[in-house]
Design a protein around this ligand. Sequence first.
Ligand SMILES: O=C(O)C[C@H](O)C(=O)O
Ligand code: SF4
Length: 511
Amino acid sequence: MQHFQESVYKLIVETSTNLPADVRRAIQAAQEREDAGTRSAISLSTIANNIDMAECNVSPICQDTGMPTFIIHTPVGANQIVMKKQILEAVALATKNSKLRSNSVDSLTGSNTGDNLGPGTPVIHFEQWERDDIEVKLILKGGGCENKNIQYSLPTELEGLGKAGRDLDGIRKCIMHAVYQAQGQGCSAGFIGVGIGGDRTSGYELAKHQLFRRVDDVNPNEELRKLEDYIMENANKLGIGTMGFGGQVSLLGCKIGVANRLPASFFVSVAYNCWAFRRQGVLLNASSGEIQEWIYPSGDTVSMKQEAAAASEETTERREVVLQTPISEEQIRQLRVGDVVIINGPMYTGRDALHKYLMDHDAPVDLNGAAIYHCGPVMSKDENGEWHVRAAGPTTSSREEPYQGTIIKKFGIRAVIGKGGMGAKTLAALQEHGAVYLNAIGGAAQYYARCFKKVNGVDFLEFGTPEAMWHLQTEGFAAIVTMDSHGNSLHAEVDKNSLEKLSQFKEPVFA
Ligand SMILES: O=C(O)C[C@H](O)C(=O)O
Ligand code: SF4
């Protein structure tokens, strides 16, 4: 097993940096279906561009490289203890080489282990099989989409859909609701894995396992095949669109599995995966550990380039406003939902730990007129001690909702950049103070990383790399105004419209 560790390392790098062909095709199909020139179409072309950049730079597609989850099948008698040790070493090395973000955080102290190792991370499942080779599958599912997973206990009452009973039609309603409730926050359009039955734990596990199926496979269970087809057709009528901007495509894949349940329990568990659907696998020679075969067809065979170019030609009519930080109130008041903003000048990252801190402390820098970016980047330090941004897309902003309004007013912030939108409290603060919320394209970590020309400094590195406050010299950072200083929120509008559409699916279909 001389090459096992090296093979696992290759698997991690490939999974993090190169989306497989089946996922790419699903995104291309979405590009073809989306109305040209719309916000969703523009976002899809940015996503396509980002996929190519990640492959070309051999860098993370999205900065959140997720919870590394390995599913391994071994021949009887293979030494799982040695394999586990080598997997941990490969994970630590991939983290050191900026292929994975340091994502393992002590739940009680908040400290980041820095190497992705710690109690419960990474997740490794072993199973034996009666074959001679070893199969290692890996999924890197990020935290934002993980937060949109949902588990239903039937019978239940669902917003927009009414009663969901303990039958196929109740299951149908749960899945439709699962797509609706995710809105754009899990970086739609997403892929869902559904587990029917089991208990709370095994139901979610079954759901996650469905994500290992190929996007283009066909469910051998006829009833489930019909349900999958129904969901693919109808969830795409909800109008959520890419990043929740409104549009034709809200779901890229739906895979449903079933397990037995207890008489008293009936769970429907849904694992929501963002468009950055990073999973790969390898078959290894059991004596050498060398890679014999990749399980999912490589992304190299499906270039995203052409589509990206075609869609971006349509972008010209949109109003584009260039802003230099610090930004004035007057400039902000001129912006309206739908405008594209290009930001130049210093920008600061800040997410959960920083927002909590700023509630009752001073800021280490003057934030008057500043742009705060909800982002936990992948960073690396060169031999001269200089920091470089390796991947830097936005994180889900709604987590900062309890703090954001207060912080905007306390420090005079003019632009908050993130993804998925924020709530009523922030919207009121934007209006009162004169600030905007800008939605960047979730997962487009390579696309945004290139806008950060220099790292001017860092505060609170003790919070861990993702949570630190990075001072970034920025050039040409493009984002869309989705909440303006006049009380308008695209997110509230899309949510309302999609709930109306959801209620059209109230009547029984699978009676
Ligand atoms: O943690 C992150 O950087 C992003 C996260 O996956 C999210 O979607 O909010
Ligand atoms: S930021 Fe978006 S694309 Fe990245 S892991 Fe989170 S949900 Fe997925």
